[in-house]
Design a protein around this ligand. Sequence first.
Ligand code: ADP
Ligand code: MG
Length: 545
Amino acid sequence: MGIVPLAEVIETLYRIDGRGYKSYKKLSSIKFSISGCIATFTKIQSDPYAPPSVLEVEIPYKVHKIKELRTPVLDFVSRIIHSASRTYSAKRGTGNSGYIGIPRLSPCIIYRSSAEARGSTLVVRLYMGLPARGRRVLGRIAAKMLREYLVGILSKIDDFPNKYRVKLEKHVTVYDDYFFIRKWLRENEFVSFIANGSILPRKTSRSDKPLPNAIPFMVDESCSEEIELPDGKVLKGLAIKSGITVITGGGFHGKSTLLNSIIEGIYPHIPGDGREYVVTLPEAVYVKAEDGRIINGVDISVFINNLPSQIDTQKFHTLNASGSTSMAAGISEAIEAGMNIILFDEDTAATNLLYKDKFMDEIIIEEPITPLTSLCTDMKNKGISIIGVMSASSAMLPHSDTVIVMRKYRPTIIPPQKIRIDNDLYPKKRACFRKPRTRRICLTRRTRIKAKNDKIVIKFNNQNYDLLVDNPRIVEKGQINYAAKIIEKLIHENICLDTTSLLQRIDDIIHRGFITVSRIVTPDLSVLYPFDVLWIINRLPMINT
Ligand code: ADP
Ligand code: MG
């Protein structure tokens, strides 16, 4: 099919004005030219309340003039489209009528379906709510949405590098610096870096925006590390060594805020976020107690053994985990997947999995749990790092390599040898750590998964996982939508793989692009790490062999 001029589409819209909503289907798959680009409705919604139609626009090099369509540039394009479309989007009739735009973006620089590279062509995808009153087509308004609003949005992409030179360069530099720092972390056996001057707290617990008037992060000169960036700029800040780190301090002094920033450091952040120079190795996993979760044949025997029910904890199955078993499973699943940096916060952890004092040890004779503090030294010797927020107990201090004390949002590092610990408080038992045995994960057709575009909750069986809350490695809805599509594909293929092969399979799907998981690519997909797809799979009801 050839490319028709925009005028022809406008004519069609005028002709169908006032007719039934199905008349919009006439526009389906027609390629039309607009502002030097080629646009196509790849999906036409069936009614005004349905998720909006999808418009794909191919923008040739001669229009955008971007030399290299790299992730940070594409991320910037998405942000421009998002803010431009907000000025045009409005309710113009029933349901989603008049909506034009892309879903909200987190402050992380991520590859998304809203702006992609196809060779030197920039592919932009937008939602467009084709307008109607009741079920009658509002053709004139639809025409205006294309002729004025879409044209207006596209004009922001025209000669892109020239329009946004300074901001765009900053965006790309921050992104490149992020990976430079990550490499530096690996070379120096650090796991995370938090630069002085970073703004860590957010406006509210569900907000991505920095807290106004926050106290900037600042570590004492004596404990700070220095890194010189490629452009000569020198950053100073706190570098956390691999090994065992305890973050402590009084209540409300910023411990959890620091830990949350550390986990979000697995992604680069946009300039202005405040966490541009907070960098963490991507193997970091934040584990929590998740009572009630499903566990699928996970080997949690290092932590939990000899349950009164005689249940095999080397292949632990449950549809309703306790606090301690759920947290043990979270750690075991992470290590099984090769993730070797474990983060936890006493606020959200199962205390009995963390420690047990000597007196309780004497009273409780039949204890299935070996707490993390008895295992952590051996875990460290086997290459696993731990960063834990603990202020209620000193149990981990004797094992720690770094102790960070937060006071009024400012960290101080105390050398462990300076800490006086009453050695009689905790049992001396040190347990051996053995890596959990790996499972085969089978996804059968019976498993159902659904992610609603407008919801951040995925519902499996009768359990709700609010992924943006439960897994802080997932930072935007687009990642949930994409994960759901990847899992749907794996289910369809009836896969039965060991964990490592499954992670490779997921990685492979992601590398082959969004088109691999959906015939029509919607604008609401964002890339995530393979581990986080596995994180969801681990919580699905399924069968392992
Ligand atoms: P803790 O875990 O030590 O109890 P939090 O990290 O939860 O403390 O922080 C307590 C409160 O202080 C939160 O409301 C948080 O937003 C705020 N806060 C954290 N860091 C800063 C900062 N650097 N400047 C101002 N307020 C902060
Ligand atoms: Mg806290």
